[in-house]
Design a protein around this ligand. Sequence first.
Ligand SMILES: [Zn+2]
Length: 293
Amino acid sequence: MIQNCLLCGSHARLRKSHIIPKFVFRWLKKRAGDSGFIRNTDRPNQRVQDGLKEYWLCDPCENIFAKDETMFANRIFHPYCAGEQKLRHGPELLRFTTSVSWRVLHYAYGRNSSAPYTVTQRELIQSAEETWREFLLGKRKNVRNFCQHIIPFGLISESTIGQLPTNMNRFIAGAVTLDIIGSRKMCMTFAKLGPFIILGHIQGRTKDWIGSRVWAQSGTIPATEYHLPWGFLPLLKEKALHIQNAWTQLSPDQAAKIDERIQALGDAFFATPQGEAILADAAMFGLDAIKRN
Ligand SMILES: [Zn+2]
């Protein structure tokens, strides 16, 4: 596959690159205790082997991404999933989150032909793409207003917000998905890497977001407090519902395969993070929330 690299533009042999970094899929597989309970959430009848990949990057550009991914996986992602707090990061976090948002933008933009972007949004999307690309190539020192956010989530046991989807804990703790989200006045890339949400800001007020912004230098994760705009919650609920609906399409054959694997693990399944998320949903929403119809 000889083509122009999407990041640096050089004509080169391109590698098949992951849209969502590979370590996330390795984590997903381990997370369910190798029960095989790993499905593409949009099409649960298909097993996820290794996540989405595209021929996008030349070797040097792939290496730029790989270095920051390894740092994020080792310093933040895995320690956080193991229950550690106050995790220090350096400038690599802004590069990593920008690289994720840049990939999500390229993958999701234009894929949904019914997505109604305004003229302003289309212009801003182009500017964001250019800014993120130049930043990743080291041609600029900051990402201007197209800032990055990262939000780590834990399991929830109660909420003052009504009508949460009954798979909310499973969604929050484990879903891996991506999209461009927004309304007529707000637009962001959205990537969910298990318990972490990464957002690339394209349009909307940035001051409504407190605690989540990724700064160019060092910092600590999680922040002491997070304030997210109200408008973000319906979008999150919608994503969780979308996944819940997709799971109702699970064929009887596929459902039987999953049940067999979970039964083989026995009680040990509920000690896995996937099992814990299922129990948290049962505790919060009742047993019906986790039964398959
Ligand atoms: Zn390149």
